[in-house]
Design a binder for this molecule. Structure first.
Ligand SMILES: Cc1ncc(COP(=O)(O)O)c(C=O)c1O
Length: 391
């Protein structure tokens, strides 16, 4: 498959494992074992059982009638918001915790932006009786307070990251720093970022989204393929999962939506594909927002989960190859899309997912086209922001 990484974790020129020597044994151990573990019968049985009975999968594929009428096209929503813990993140944490256990790890660390990955990690650690430490930017601790409370109740220790923009990038820096000092821990990364094999491993664990979409769409429409799939991109894990089984079907249009913050050229944005250049961040070569000296430009988005200056290497490759179309939505457009979905369909989306919905008014459709939007999470965590901006 063209869009699978090579044995060194490269998608075209992107990917690889740029890590300090001290982390080499951990990353190598994971690389040596992850495919055998994921493909083993015992893993698949445990993973699929937990996804079914604990997470509540398959997540429904819902025909959004009123939204479809508004845009004159058939819109289906893949309801990752209905998963246990409220987002797609748990598909990955269930998988990785089973891998960590098979590798004999007892202590788990994670980074989080919106707090959904932190909650999903704290949840599986409670389930498996493992120690859990979550790093989170100080700004995100404030704007995603409900998720911080959930993590604490689940028994995790939440460590604030106080450097830089005090958001996801800084939380990831802290997690990597801690990992170097405590190499006996398992780093449970929350997106398709980081050194090889994380991007491929997380994409495989999120691929359940498009695996289900295929048969669900066939049940609804008689065809496995939609015309278009739309997903938001922070690091890129929900998009990777929604695209995965369609990557080689070139007739399926893939749309990745980044956060434009106050506007792509405002200086307050996280639209990496538009503003970024090739560089190395958090262990992999990708595109990232940087200045002329290669220093990372602080990103900005109203949405903590999209407030990241890079994208995973798979997405950098999809962008470079023009396999996926990259669009973006501002804070305001995302807020409006969230209010619209709430009023038309009675579904309050996560602010991240609202960015995927926000490109609908910018697109042109033909009436019989079928579109799937990956509704990556629910909006409970964002209520304070929604209420603040509600006119
Ligand atoms: C609901 C939701 N959607 C999307 C994202 C963005 O992450 P990713 O691009 O890895 O899917 C996040 C991250 O926290 C999230 O919570």
């Amino acid at each position: 498959m063209k869009y699978n990484p090579d044995k060194n974790g490269y998608y075209g020129q992107f990917g690889g494992a740029f890590i300090p020597e001290l982390l080499h044994p951990n990353v190598q151990e994971l690389e040596d074992n992850y495919t055998d573990i994921i493909e083993s019968e015992s893993f698949q049985k445990e993973y699929k059982n937990l996804l079914k009975d604990y997470v509540g999968r398959p997540s429904p594929l819902y025909f959004a009638k009123r939204l479809s009428n508004k845009y004159g096209v058939n819109i289906y929503l893949k309801r990752e918001d209905l998963n246990h813990t409220g987002a797609h993140k748990v598909n990955n944490t269930i998988g990785q915790i089973l891998i960590a256990k098979r590798l004999g790890k007892t202590k788990i660390i994670a980074e989080t932006g919106a707090g959904q990955h932190g909650v999903a990690t704290a949840t599986v650690c409670a389930l498996m009786d493992l120690e859990c430490v979550v790093f989170m930017g100080e700004k995100d601790i404030q704007r995603q307070a409900p998720n911080v409370a959930r993590m604490k109740m689940l028994g995790a220790k939440v460590v604030p990251a106080t450097s830089g923009s005090k958001t996801l990038k800084d939380a990831t820096n802290e997690a990597i720093r801690y990992w170097i000092q405590n190499p006996d821990t398992y780093y449970l990364i929350g997106s398709v970022v980081g050194p090889h094999p994380y991007p491929d491993m997380v994409a495989r664990l999120q691929a359940i989204i498009s695996e289900e979409m295929k048969w669900q769409l066939k049940e609804h429409t008689g065809k496995e393929n939609p015309d278009t799939i739309i997903a938001c991109v922070g690091g890129g894990s929900n998009a990777a999962g929604a695209f995965y089984h369609y990557l080689d079907d070139e007739e399926v249009e893939l749309i990745a939506v980044e956060a434009a913050g106050l506007g792509v050229d405002s200086g307050e944005s996280a639209a990496t594909s538009q503003l970024g250049e090739v560089g190395v961040i958090h262990g992999s070569k990708t595109i990232l927002m940087q200045d002329e000296y290669g220093q990372i430009v602080e990103p900005y988005s109203i949405s903590a989960g999209l407030d990241y200056p890079g994208v995973g290497p798979l997405h950098a490759f999809l962008f470079d190859e023009k396999r996926a179309k990259f669009m973006n939505a501002t804070d305001k457009e995302a807020l409006n899309a969230a209010y619209e979905l709430t009023r038309l369909e009675g579904i309050i989306p996560a602010l991240e997912s609202a960015h995927a919905l926000a490109v609908l008014p910018k697109m042109k459709f033909e009436k019989d086209q079928t579109i799937v939007i990956n509704l990556s999470g629910r909006g409970d965590k964002d209520l304070e922001t929604y209420i603040k901006h509600l006119k």
